[in-house]
Design a protein around this ligand. Sequence first.
Ligand code: NAD
Length: 480
Amino acid sequence: MATLTQITVAHGDGIGPEIMAATLHILKEAGARIAIEEIEIGEKVYLRGNSAGIEPTSWESLRRTKVFLKAPITTPQGGGFKSLNVTTRKMLGLYANVRPCVAYHPYVDTLHPGMDVVIVRENEEDLYAGIEYRPTANVTQSIKLISRPGCERIVRYAFEYARRNSRKKVTCFTKDNIMKISDGLFHKVFDEIAAGYPDIEKEHWIVDIGAAKMADTPEAFDVIVMPNLYGDILSDVAAQIAGSVGLAGSANIGAKYAMFEAIHGSAPRRAGQNLANPSGLLLGSVMMLVHIGQTDVAERVHNAWLRTMEDGIHTYDIYADGISKEKVGTKEFAQAVAARVGQMPEKLKPASYSAAPKQTPTGAAPGAGSAERKQLVGTDLFLDWNAGSAADLGPAVEKLAGDGLGLTMIDNRGVKVYPGGFADTLTSEFWRCRFLAASATQTQVIRLLERAAAAGFDVVKTENLYTYDGKPGYSAGQGE
Ligand code: NAD
């Protein structure tokens, strides 16, 4: 008997149990070599007073199987409940979110018949690192954290995915014309890693115009890799314009663990009526089969599903007069797919998953940054101060200079306001005062802080300024 791969399954809430039953029925009929451990997550667990929505014993199952097939859950209304998706992503280190967005023209209505885009979204860093501050009463900050190992891992994943799936091109979206350091690093790493894949075409777009182009002409793209926030937004746009939010599955991949699901939620109003379309979860499970190396089963399931689409056997959400042949419920749809196991689509492109070996997780290579010479050259003092204008603050802050560290500028909300500056610039009580020297020491910075405290300034934070091989590791103030 073939060895079975253990997987953890959660049936979820709302339509979850129905679409999971349908999915597991099809996997069984297609001969998936899996053994299932069931866990309970979601609404019932939350309402038992577990704010995470998942029990400790469930983590044990996930640690054991390392593969999670998850139905959507309902997060109860009201505060105090943590997002299970965010918790799972962080606990299991699921750094890559992969979402294929495909049009199934002419069987599912879409404005973009040729669309076949895979969004690869970095899943852990960027503004989602969750590092936020309220340094003064009226100013908030969210740190956009982009690391070289984080970029390397996600970009390499995108190229490996492209290669395994016979994709021709990988596009990178960033906003590095504005965020030159953070998004600049993502773009730079993209260029470095792309050089190792001469067989794959590569390009970079600024995210705004790239997003516009994707929404208008998605046929122009193949695989798109991007930092977390852009990926969050654009993967929803891509799924929507493919015409198939109810049809898209998604994979969350980490170095050790992986989670597979539909992109939609638990649709509580449709629950228990044998109405829901199980296709999103089923296509998520196809990605799971590829992940666990059962590409033969993945192909059988995917092709049977494509054939069912072609045969016009549709659930209510995609049923259209003149295109569809039969409106069916969740169970009947699953039976129709199961009955087609072994058949191929005739018009739609058949699914083919090369029997390429499972991807070996790529650990972070030693960062190029580690070889550079790092030099402290000063610090930004951030003050909470509302006793006047920049013209009043400037001379008072200049008096703090000494010990080699001199004031080079003050800015407010990123705009230089001293020396010079415009009286019209809207200012908050949060001022950044930049002190620089040719080279500085921690002690000089500490003494500067002592002088600021002695002068009665409320220093709410500091950010040290470094150069790397003489190049500034900090941005200039606007107008500096
Ligand atoms: P939803 O995706 O559940 O539903 C949006 C719309 O799409 C509804 O009209 C619904 O009937 C329809 N729909 C969704 N999936 C369908 C399917 N498979 N077949 C047919 N129709 C389908 O989004 P929502 O209503 O905003 O959220 C409902 C609940 O789901 C909320 O509690 C939310 O927190 C949760 N949610 C969970 C996940 C997850 O577990 N991954 C993701 C998103 C939302």
